[in-house]
Design a protein around this ligand. Structure first.
Ligand code: AOF
Ligand code: ZN
Length: 346
């Protein structure tokens, strides 16, 4: 059975995901060139500021296959760009290569693009099919759509809870989930731009908040330290990686650590605004209970990633509840644990 348009777009999504953690606040984009059911080129947006997926796909075509481009279809998870950004418009590349058919999942919500490329292609006689697997495409790039539409970072709350609903024992670092879940969390860390913990978690767990168990980069670390009670020897103050401390400045020669002047009274919108300015599009909040509740109560969340462990603790710090407005998008077992991903229903 020949492959369908949807099959090739799914391939685009897989390619796009290879850019996770390296392209934000740009979208993850994958592109595939197909001639008579044969893939002759593939590419993805690999790094912020560098070549777009379409450029990579065209560049990957073997010399012998180049004459086939005027009889091929370009599949792209997102509408090709229309504007001169850090790279020239991909729409012009499609026209220059005389590609006669383009299939995309989503139009680009960026106001500089916003359907104009598809229009230009159609006006030039290119056959354009859009909105194929549009929900999957929008889910894949949910942080990018949010970045364009909401003008603030996409906030992901993550917590692990025991079968009887506790985050951990009070005052001590408690391992709840297994090694596979831990590895997944490090993968998530590699895919976000910033990661935050509250003051108590920072003191009790002494986390490093970096990505050690997966390949890829580590995010900016953010820690709440309003009363400067975090010990000077804490790993989050070791200046080993870019870090923001929300609290009074400390003496010492810090090179990668910044002490942010934000008022504890209404700190979440201020922090999100500073992250926006720093072009950090995804914030992962890893606890603890008080911090998670602050985000939940104020409605500053877009996604919840819940790790459910079969372990029973009998007592401890109660986990926050998942709001009724959350919509379950993914659920899968991971070793003894279960992962559930919710997004805010809009
Ligand atoms: C595409 N293909 O692979 C991507 C696109 O600053 P620039 O030049 O990298 O442009 C970034 C914008 O281009 C980004 O906001 C989004 O609208 C689009 N991203 N477009 O044709 C790609 N990554
Ligand atoms: Zn482009």
């Amino acid at each position: 059975m020949p492959a369908t348009d949807s099959d090739f777009l799914r391939r685009c999504f897989d390619l796009a995901r290879l850019g996770a953690g390296r392209v934000s606040p740009n979208p993850m984009v994958g592109a595939v060139l197909v001639h008579e059911d044969r893939i002759i080129g593939e590419g993805w947006h690999q790094r912020y500021g560098e070549a777009h997926a379409e450029v990579q796909a065209v560049a990957s075509v073997a010399a012998a296959d180049r004459p086939l481009l005027p009889q091929s279809t370009l599949y792209c998870s997102l509408e090709p760009c229309f504007h001169f950004g850090q790279t020239p418009p991909c729409v012009d590349l499609v026209l220059a290569e005389r590609i006669p058919r383009v299939v995309v999942s989503n139009t680009d919500p960026n106001p500089l693009v916003a359907g104009q490329s598809l229009q230009k292609l159609r006006a030039a006689g290119v056959e354009v099919l859009e909105q194929v697997l549009a929900d999957e495409g929008a889910y894949l790039n949910r942080y990018f759509f949010h970045w364009i539409q909401q003008q603030r970072p996409y906030v992901v709350l993550k917590w692990a809870q025991s079968a009887d609903g506790y985050l951990g024992r009070a005052g001590e670092r408690t391992a709840i989930t297994g090694p596979l879940a831990q590895r997944l969390v490090h993968r998530w860390r590699s895919e976000v731009d910033a990661i935050l913990v509250g003051a108590t978690t920072a003191r009790v767990d002494d986390p490093r908040l970096d990505n050690r168990l997966f390949w890829g980069p580590s995010p900016l670390r953010v820690v709440l330290d309003w009363s400067a009670r975090l010990p000077a020897a804490a790993q989050l103050l070791d200046d080993s990686q870019p870090s923001w401390v929300l609290g009074p400045a400390r003496a010492g020669a810090f090179r990668q650590t910044e002490f942010l002047n934000i008022s504890p009274a209404d700190w979440i919108p201020d922090l999100l605004a500073q992250l926006r300015t720093a072009k950090r599009a995804i914030l992962l909040v890893e606890g603890g209970a008080t911090t998670l509740r602050q985000f939940l109560d104020r409605g500053y969340w877009d996604e919840i990633r819940l790790l459910d462990s079969p372990l029973r603790l009998a007592e401890g710090v109660p986990a926050p509840g998942v709001p009724a407005s959350a919509r379950l998008r993914e659920s899968f077992p991971l070793g003894p644990d279960r992962v559930q991903i919710f997004t805010k229903a809009v």
